[in-house]
Structure formats: structure tokens, C-alpha cells
Design a protein around this ligand. Structure first.
Ligand SMILES: Nc1ncnc2c1ncn2[C@@H]1O[C@H](COP(=O)(O)OP(=O)(O)OP(=O)(O)O)[C@@H](O)[C@H]1O
Ligand SMILES: CC(C)(CO)[C@@H](O)C(=O)[O-]
Ligand code: BAL
Length: 291
């Protein structure tokens, strides 16, 4: 595996693959790798001759009071994991390489960025869209893999790729990978390591409560009262605050306030032990609902 932290070296490595006619998949990450990330890597490997992984803790997607400084950085350990997976190229730029003095450009994806994490983390998706656009331009992959755990992020990136003609044939080449979960159902996340053992155990109540709510909605219950009970169940489990626990259209991320008529998503962001966790799951319209 080649590890590069300069743009000219990255371009040389990519050019060498392309000179051999090889296809290239990209897996963007912020490091602190776990089985969720490695699942993305394996999917990319199954689809391409070569796989590049980026590790960059992107400062522009963190708010002023968020965990940028605390975010785990463990390049040597991550590098060993990627090497063992047979990754070809690790792109690990520093902040000055990504945002040199005078840097002035930002990408904003209207609509799909507006609600949920976009509302509770102002500017977050501008930071994500901008850095992902830069990564696509730097690596020029044939496709890129992202996790469904960050469902809204995936929708924002698909919209951007389509709108800016980034990865041909556009949104189809943004591959979404199902959320990888711990054995008790909690979605894997680099931030789970912030939790005390007791909070980590309590956090598993979140996906269970979400599944129960979804079953009721899919069986025809009114979403409003079901979501109110879900809020209470999340707080009862030991979460201290909820940014949102709501339904949205699966593609446009428009909030759904009444009945579900088309494929939807239940999206949750809530804090436990000072750590903000997110999760989401599919919701089908109840049988007999006119779509
Ligand atoms: N449990 C998971 N299952 C599938 N994909 C995942 C999972 N966790 C993260 N990913 C995906 O890995 C990529 C890199 O994510 P990132 O480095 O932010 O990791 P993370 O564990 O989501 O960290 P964070 O705690 O910051 O949310 C993203 O596309 C993300 O959706
Ligand atoms: C896509 C991403 C690598 C952009 O920094 C990040 O938001 C992440 O890890 O999900
Ligand atoms: N996985 C999403 C990156 C973030 O929370 O900033």
C-alpha cells in the first residue's frame, strides 16, 4: 500500500493505475477505522482493480463547539488495517494541503441539507460537500463508497454528484453500503468509543426503540403518537437530549409529518454521555397505502 500526503504524489500514483487501464474506487473516511469502514473497503475492492482510501479529519464540517480536537487520530493503526485489507493507496493529506492559505470556496447543496443534521449542525453539510468534491477531483475515482449510517450525508453527496457532474454516470456511482451494527444492534461509529461502559450498554436501546416504532407505523399506526413514544423511549434509555427523531422522504430528506406514502426513513440524532449518536432505518408505506 502506498501512503501519500502530497497532491503531486497522489496524482502520480493514480496516473500509474490509469496507465495500466485499471479502475479505481474511493472510500473517503475520517479515520479511527472500524468494521463499518472496512465493509466499505471490501465493497470497493469487489468492484474495482484498485482501491484508494482517504483519511482526513475535515475541520470545516465541525461546528465551533464540536469534537474536532477530541476526534480520534490513529494513522498508524488505521494504516495497518487498510494494508491488511489489500488497499492500494492511502491518501492522508494535512489541513494545509486541503485548505491552503487563501482558500475561499464552499459548496452548498440546497434542500437536502436543510433539515435534520443540517439544522442541528449549521454549516456541516457545506463542509462535507466541499471536502468530498475536493476528494473526487483529487483522486478522480470511477466510483466512491459511503455508509448508509450517514443517510443524509449520502443523499447530499448524491445530489451534489448529479448536479456538478462529478463522478460519471453521476449518482449511480455513489455506492451506499448498509449500516454495520454491533452485536447488540448499535450502529458502529468512531464516536462510540467516547461512551462509558454503562452508556455504551444503554445506547443499544436506540435501534431497538426505532425498530419498534417502525413496526407500528408499517402496521398502519399514526406516525405522530408513535414518534412521541419513541422520543420518550430514547430519553428513558438514558439519552439526555434529542436533536431529532423523525420521518423523512428517503431521497429528498423532506420531513414527513403525517402518513407514509412512499419509501421513507426514520432518522434519529440524540446525545448520551455527552456524545451525539445518529442512526436511521427504512420505513415502508403501510400495506394498502396509495403511493
Ligand atoms: N456503521 C457503519 N456502517 C456503514 N458505514 C459506516 C458506518 N460507520 C461509518 N460508516 C461510513 O464510513 C465513512 C466514513 O465515516 P466516518 O469516518 O465519519 O466514520 P464514523 O464512524 O461515521 O464516524 P463518526 O463517529 O464521526 O460518525 C462514511 O461513509 C460513513 O457513512
Ligand atoms: C465523507 C467524509 C469523509 C467527509 O469528511 C465524512 O463526513 C465521513 O467520514 O463520513
Ligand atoms: N460521519 C459523519 C462525519 C461527521 O459526523 O462529521
Amino acid at each position: 500500500m502506498q501512503t501519500v500526503n502530497r497532491l503531486d504524489l497522489l496524482r502520480n500514483s493514480v496516473a500509474a493505475f490509469r496507465a495500466n487501464g485499471e479502475t479505481l474506487g474511493l472510500v473517503p473516511t475520517m479515520g479511527a477505522l472500524h468494521e463499518g469502514h472496512l465493509t466499505l473497503v471490501r465493497e470497493a475492492k469487489s468492484r474495482a482493480d484498485r482501491v484508494a482510501v482517504s483519511i482526513f479529519v475535515n475541520p470545516t464540517q465541525f461546528g465551533p463547539n464540536e469534537d474536532l480536537d477530541a476526534y480520534p487520530r490513529q494513522l498508524a493503526e488505521d494504516s495497518a488495517l487498510l494494508q491488511a485489507e489489500g488497499v492500494d493507496l492511502l491518501w492522508a493529506p494535512d489541513a494545509a494541503t486541503m485548505y491552503p492559505v487563501g482558500y475561499a470556496t464552499s459548496i452548498s447543496v440546497a434542500g437536502v441539507s436543510d433539515n435534520f443534521c443540517g439544522a442541528s449542525r449549521p454549516g456541516h453539510f457545506d463542509g462535507v460537500a466541499t471536502v468530498v468534491c475536493k476528494l473526487f477531483n483529487q483522486v478522480r475515482p470511477d466510483f466512491a463508497c459511503f455508509g448508509e449510517k450517514d443517510w443524509q450525508q449520502l443523499a447530499v453527496i448524491r445530489r451534489m454528484a448529479r448536479d456538478l457532474d462529478l463522478v460519471a454516470p453521476y449518482a449511480d456511482q455513489i455506492i451506499g453500503i448498509a449500516t454495520v451494527r454491533e452485536s447488540d444492534g448499535l450502529a458502529m461509529s468512531s464516536r462510540n468509543r467516547y461512551l462509558s461502559p454503562a452508556s455504551r450498554k444503554a445506547a443499544a436501546a436506540l435501534p431497538h426503540a426505532m425498530r419498534e416504532a417502525i413496526t407500528e407505523i408499517e402496521n398502519g399506526a399514526e406516525p405522530g403518537p408513535v414518534l412521541a413514544l419513541l422520543h420518550q423511549a430514547i430519553l428513558d434509555a438514558g439519552f439526555t437530549s434529542i436533536d431529532y427523531a423523525a420521518l423523512a422522504d428517503a431521497d429528498t430528506l423532506e420531513p414527513i409529518d403525517s402518513r407514509v406514502y412512499a419509501p421513507a426513513r426514520l432518522l434519529v440524532a440524540a446525545r448520551i454521555d455527552g456524545t451525539r449518536l445518529i442512526d436511521n432505518m427504512p420505513v415502508c408505506p403501510p400495506a394498502g397505502t396509495n403511493g
